[in-house]
Design a binder for this molecule. Structure first.
Ligand SMILES: NC(=O)c1ccc[n+]([C@@H]2O[C@H](COP(=O)([O-])OP(=O)(O)OC[C@H]3O[C@@H](n4cnc5c(N)ncnc54)[C@H](O)[C@@H]3O)[C@@H](O)[C@H]2O)c1
Length: 315
């Protein structure tokens, strides 16, 4: 593991989990987090001993901060993560122009660069399985901005051969340190909150729609593997490899929480709602050696054991 590491968005859900895991695996690593706390949360960083700079990655004077110094690994996770922000200019300015600004500073250096894309780039697809290389049809401004980030990264990688660059299309990540995301947190967190507060878990009719839910420890493993892999250039899916229905999520939550909550079904208000998503993982496994460890059942159990499942909810 490299010793000089930059994480943007490190106060967020995945970023803080990543920072704490790196610190655990490599206690001597120098970790600098850049986060402007627009959606991050300081309790996520309990136990973090590295440096924390509060700034917008798209406005930061990187040269002034780091000069000619180059981190060995950069994880770029900072992003608007509320997918209901529909204003395209806002999503693009923040996600794509922020990325462009960081890339301009990194140009010509020698390092490994891992950035967060999203399964949202696939949009509404004809097939349940999502494979890198399938046509992308993002259905919202957030997904569109992530796809533009990938295109920018691809051009940048061609111009900067000393930079090894991997983009990760995370699917539905869930686990400790996501409560601050509230309505943008995983459905697993939101349904757990509803059950724990004595309400019936609310699902779109008829609860059979499937998502690829991936436990955050697996997402972190994949992210670290992307930083270490020797042939890990390109874009990769990060999921569990299995679509599971919302009804199954409620069953697993009932089992984990010792409840018997019955879903409260209501009509889906969206004209397009994906019936099924599932990460096709063969390329991720071949290039990064990534093998998800957590089934939905195991992930929800680990989440409950962490003490974070359904905590801090105001819904
Ligand atoms: N959680 C998921 O299921 C999921 C799925 C697909 C993709 N992703 C991507 O993974 C990354 C991390 O997501 P997350 O779930 O941890 O979300 P999060 O909202 O918890 O974390 C994002 C962090 O980035 C920070 N941030 C945002 N814009 C910034 C900026 N311009 N400058 C500095 N800091 C900024 C926020 O304050 C926050 O701490 C994001 O890029 C997101 O798009 C997440």
């Amino acid at each position: 593991m490299a010793r000089d590491i930059l994480i943007t968005g490190g106060a967020g859900f995945i970023g803080s989990s990543l920072a704490l895991e790196i610190q655990r695996r490599e206690p001597g690593a120098e970790i600098l987090i850049v986060d402007d706390f627009r959606s991050g949360s300081f309790p996520n960083l309990e136990g973090f001993r590295g440096d924390l700079l509060t700034a917008d990655v798209g406005l930061l004077d990187w040269h002034r901060l780091l000069g000619n110094r180059s981190p060995e690994v950069v994880f770029h996770l900072a992003s608007i993560t509320d997918t209901t922000v529909t204003d395209t200019a806002t999503q693009m300015r923040s996600n794509v122009e922020g990325w462009r600004h960081l890339l301009a500073f990194l140009a010509g250096k020698s390092l490994r660069l891992v950035f967060a894309s999203s399964a949202a780039v696939y949009g509404i697809t004809a097939t349940p399985q999502n494979r890198v290389g399938d046509p992308e049809r993002p259905a919202n401004a957030y997904g569109f901005s992530k796809l533009q980030m990938e295109h920018l990264a691809q051009r940048f990688a061609g111009e900067n051969p000393k930079i090894a660059l991997a983009g990760l299309r995370y699917f539905n990540v869930y686990g400790p340190r996501e409560a601050h995301k509230r309505k943008s947190a995983s459905m697993i967190h939101q349904l757990a909150c509803q059950i724990r507060s004595g309400k019936r878990p609310r699902l779109f009719v008829d609860g059979s729609q499937k998502r690829d839910f991936v436990y955050v420890a697996d997402a972190v493993d994949a992210t670290l593997a992307a930083a270490l892999a020797t042939k890990g250039n390109g874009v990769f899916n990060v999921g569990s490899g299995r679509g599971r229905s919302f009804n199954e999520v409620v069953s697993c939550l009932n089992a984990a929480l010792g409840t018997q909550a019955e879903p409260d079904y209501f009509p889906c208000p969206y004209r397009f709602f994906q019936p099924h998503t599932e990460a096709e993982l063969s390329a991720t496994q071949a290039a990064l050696g990534y093998q998800p460890r957590f089934s939905l059942e195991k992930g929800i159990d680990a989440y409950r054991e962490s003490g974070w499942l359904g905590c801090d909810c105001e819904q």
